[in-house]
Design a protein around this ligand. Structure first.
Ligand code: G6P
Length: 471
């Protein structure tokens, strides 16, 4: 049994992803996604335990220390990965919570696995948490954990934060197990969301679908006849990055040199546009390619003087909709490059790969314009990384209004990715923006990102949680 901890984080994934090769050798690398980007520095500064899955089925590991954290692996079988993770989490909840961009699938077998695996996580956390510990549960994969954990360990203070959007009640109501999910969440003391829209959507669902009382942002749950009543708080906590550390990395000589090299390797374009995403249908990668393709077609920009570097890191590759998306994106990239390449010079540099953070920082510095075209996105930390990396203040950020980041970064060029004509005009505006205007906007974006960093985010959530525990 691992040592017990006063501070426990539970997330579907550990911050490190394990791979086991045919000879049984284990290697670790950084897990994908915004949750880990944000939470790793928070955990490193607190002596806590992180309960999560290693990223590979049927791998049994004992708790261990890495990167200044205690990691407590939860083992998932191949069936659990398929039904709980790929199925219910990523083919039911993910599309349901992201504006049904693709149709969510509802299967009772997936729900049963979700319920079972949430119990597994709750049990692991109950073992590792010390008496009266603070437990912070993360994201849509673990919405039943707060209530399950409270039942096992009433002494704990429990918070939950949703990294992704929370849908309007009209959409949430499609979920056959909607009351069970809400009851699971209402086991927490504090429930956190990225944008106020998300918290309002959630509160409306609680009002409409449960017997709890909602007053402002306070929910009272319990059985009046048994006189057990409990209050919980709903709050808005826009997540961020370790901005100072990222800016310092971007300012290093090694990254500056690499940024120059990247431009040279791309054939010294006049303008470099950049997209960085997990290959996910919520990110609007097809819309971005359409916008760029039409600008080329209409002769409004010329290749190869203007080119797009698109990093699309592999994600959820066994889920059907992700396979389809990959095919569509790759066909579109092939068409654009077929139509507009010169020998040895392509307009779209497409990288279906994952890069170390140093290389990402160099790409951000090398780029002139960053395109974030998400159709729905809880926050979008890539936008904040790009801003932190603009140490010379030259880059322009184009940001979809359907990201949480659009609330935090209003000095970006905010646009609607569904409005292709409007989006094309926005790209042209970015290309024509006078230097002084660019610098003024970026200076103020950087001030915001530096002031509202991930430490401030975690401190605010955890201080509300501590207050909830004493009230
Ligand atoms: C988003 C989610 C995270 C998730 C990440 C990567 O950021 O909010 O919970 O971990 O995507 O997705 P994956 O399915 O690979 O964990």
């Amino acid at each position: 049994m691992p040592d017990q901890a006063d501070f426990v984080v539970i997330a579907n994934r550990l911050p490190l992803d394990v791979t086991v090769d045919d000879s049984g050798e284990i290697t670790w690398e950084r897990s994908p996604g915004g949750l880990v980007t944000a939470m790793a520095p928070v955990m490193q500064s607190r002596d806590g335990a992180w309960v999560g899955w290693s990223g590979t089925p049927d791998v049994d590991l004992t708790p261990f220390k890495a990167d200044g954290m205690t990691l407590v692996p939860v083992t998932l079988s191949a069936d659990e990965v398929s039904d709980y993770y790929e199925g219910f989490s990523n083919a039911t909840l993910w599309p349901l919570y992201h504006d049904v961009i693709v149709a969510p699938e509802f299967h009772r077998q997936w729900w049963n696995a979700y319920d079972r695996v949430n119990r597994k996580f709750a049990e692991a956390a109950a073992t590792v948490a010390s008496e009266g510990a603070t437990v912070w549960v993360h994201d849509y994969q673990l919405q039943l954990v707060p209530a399950l954990l409270r039942k096992l360990r009433p002494d704990l203070t429990i918070g939950w934060f949703n990294h992704i959007p929370f849908p309007p009640v009209e959409i949430f109501s499609q979920l056959p197990w909607r009351e069970r999910v809400l009851d699971g969440l209402l086991g927490a003391d504090v429930l956190g969301f990225q944008r106020s829209w998300d918290s309002e959507n959630f509160l409306r669902s609680v009002k409409r679908l449960t017997g709890a009382t909602v007053r402002g942002r306070t929910i009272t749950v319990g059985d009046k006849t048994k006189r057990v009543r409990r209050r919980l708080k709903v709050g808005v906590y826009p997540i961020s990055i370790d901005a100072a550390a990222f800016a310092e990395l971007a300012a290093s000589d090694a990254v500056a040199t690499r940024a120059q090299e990247i431009r040279t390797e791309l054939g010294d374009p006049d303008v470099l546009l950049l997209g960085v995403d997990r290959l996910d249908y919520t990110k609007g990668i097809r819309h971005r390619l359409k916008i760029f393709g039409e600008l080329l077609r209409d002769g409004l920009v010329a290749a190869p003087q203007v080119c797009l570097m698109q990093v699309a890191s592999p994600s959820r590759e066994r889920v059907e909709q992700y396979k389809t998306l990959r095919d569509e994106v790759e066909v579109t990239v092939g068409r654009i490059n077929g139509d507009y390449s010169a020998l040895g010079r392509v307009p779209v540099h497409y990288l279906h790969q994952t890069f170390p953070v140093e290389e990402m920082a160099a790409m951000y510095r090398a780029a002139d314009v960053m395109l974030v075209t998400s159709l729905r996105d809880g926050m979008n930390l890539v936008a904040k990384e790009f801003v932190a990396a603009q140490v010379d203040l030259n880059g322009v950020l184009i940001l979809s209004e359907f990201t949480g980041a659009a609330d935090d970064l209003p000095q970006a060029l905010v646009m609607n990715p569904h409005d292709i004509e409007g989006a094309k005009r926005t790209v042209l505006r970015a290309l024509d923006m006078p230097r002084e205007d660019r610098r003024r906007r970026m200076r103020s974006l950087r001030r915001r990102v530096m002031a509202h960093d991930v430490t401030a985010w975690a401190d605010r959530f955890l201080s509300d949680l501590a207050e909830a525990a004493t009230s």
